[in-house]
Design a protein around this ligand. Structure first.
Ligand code: DIG
Ligand code: MN
Ligand code: MN
Length: 392
């Protein structure tokens, strides 16, 4: 067994819609047949995944009868049990059906907003039945092209009303779920409200039950916005709000590509894994590692499972490299050079008159501080050499 083979302890998950993506795009039809959810469960288990996530419609076709829904759920639960797979996360498809063409929670027509809540309550019931303890909200249609259609503040308030209501529904039913809000700047809407994880973190602070609401950042979505994904994840971790994460690959300046994890910006992926695994010494992320990605349109079914294995293998290789990098004596020496344990205590823990007096009394050689070299060129070269496999 290779050290890079996935195990259940790695907590790797995939959505039914990811490996089940049939390869259609706005310019071409599907290239792969539909795979039944129980088969996806079996194959993901064989690949070494820990769990599978789903939108309501991924499992129970829109408009299915109650009896059909129950039969499908029973069959799916049997597959989960047969293959020892979990359902850590569930979510609602509030973006495919034409009824959501003007949004779901933020649509101008209150009947559409009412249907969005109805559909989400049913989907939360399904998620709870499958054991999901994380509920994701991605507002793919919560946005505009014709911005004159509503005051953006009205959209923002409608989002708050919907999430506050659904937090109440979750608490009232004892589902014990944590909500994870996923941002995206655009696509499929010209502009999507709450476009980045930073916007979501502030939005959460305005909610009635903010303690049960966090974020689900996605690599591709923050890269689309031209932001550092690792910095956005770090901010969520620092706030105790990284409740889930969508891992994939993305080229900057492109539409949402949802590529295999680590297939594009390896340095960015390395720094992200270093952060999530806490190899620099910080608290690690302990939630599911979800790959919200899909195989290239060029691939057949074998290529889909190669894609899934590649996501997990690359994550474990980068974890191994991050551990080696932060254990590298030269790296540790460079990072230690700037520490000063006599001054640090003055800078943390807030104000005191004693600290102010001590700070004023410091005799700092500003010119010497300005002249010193920080050896970041060497530090970054060490990172590159660890990544390229010639060190570590
Ligand atoms: C898109 O990035 C969204 C949908 O795939 C899903 O609702 C969510 C959960 O991963 N991500
Ligand atoms: Mn995406
Ligand atoms: Mn996603």
């Amino acid at each position: 067994m290779s050290p890079f083979d996935p195990t259940r302890e790695d907590r790797f998950t995939f959505g039914l819609w990811t490996v089940g993506n049939p390869g259609a795009d706005p310019f071409g039809a599907r290239v792969r047949p539909t795979m039944p959810p129980p088969y996806i469960v079996q194959k993901l288990a064989e690949c070494g995944a820990y769990g599978v996530n789903l939108h309501d419609d991924d499992l129970v076709p829109f408009g299915a009868s109650a009896a059909e829904r129950d039969r499908i759920v029973r069959e799916f639960q049997r597959a989960l049990a047969d293959h020892g797979m979990q359902v850590p996360m569930a979510t609602t498809n509030l973006f495919s059906h034409p009824v959501f063409k003007d949004g779901a929670f933020t649509a101008n027509d209150p009947k559409v907003r009412a249907f969005a809540l109805q559909k989400t309550m049913r989907a939360m019931d399904l998620g709870a039945e499958l054991g999901a303890k994380i509920y994701v909200f991605w507002g793919g249609r919560e946005g505009v092209e014709a911005d004159a259609c509503r005051d953006p503040r009205t959209a923002w308030q409608r989002m708050r009303d919907a999430i506050d209501f659904l937090c109440g529904y979750c608490r009232d039913n004892g589902y014990g779920m944590k909500f994870a809000l996923e941002a995206k700047p655009n696509e499929p809407r010209g502009d999507i409200y709450l476009p980045t994880t930073g916007h979501m973190l502030h939005f959460i602070s305005t909610l009635q039950h903010q303690e049960m609401v966090g974020v689900n950042p996605e690599v591709a979505h923050e890269v689309m916005a031209g932001l550092s994904f690792a910095h956005n994840v770090a901010e969520a971790m620092a706030c105790g709000k990284l409740f889930h994460i969508d891992l994939n690959g993305q080229k900057i300046g492109r539409y949402d590509q949802d590529l295999r994890f680590g297939s594009e910006d390896q340095k960015g992926a390395f720094l992200l894994v270093r952060l999530l695994e806490g190899t620099l010494g910080g608290e690690p992320y302990r939630g599911p590692l979800h790959f919200d990605a899909h195989a290239y349109r060029s691939e057949d079914e074998d290529g889909v499972w190669e894609f899934a294995r590649g996501c997990m293998r690359t994550y474990k290789i980068l974890k191994h490299k991050a551990q080696a990098f932060d254990a590298d004596p030269e790296v540790r020496e460079i990072l230690a050079e700037q520490r000063d344990d006599t001054i640090d205590p003055l800078l943390v823990g807030g104000y005191s008159e004693a600290k102010a007096t001590a700070l004023r009394a410091l005799d700092l050689d500003v010119d010497a501080l300005a002249r010193r070299g920080l050896r970041y060129e060497r530090l970054d070269q060490l990172l590159v050499e660890h990544l390229l496999g010639v060190r570590g």
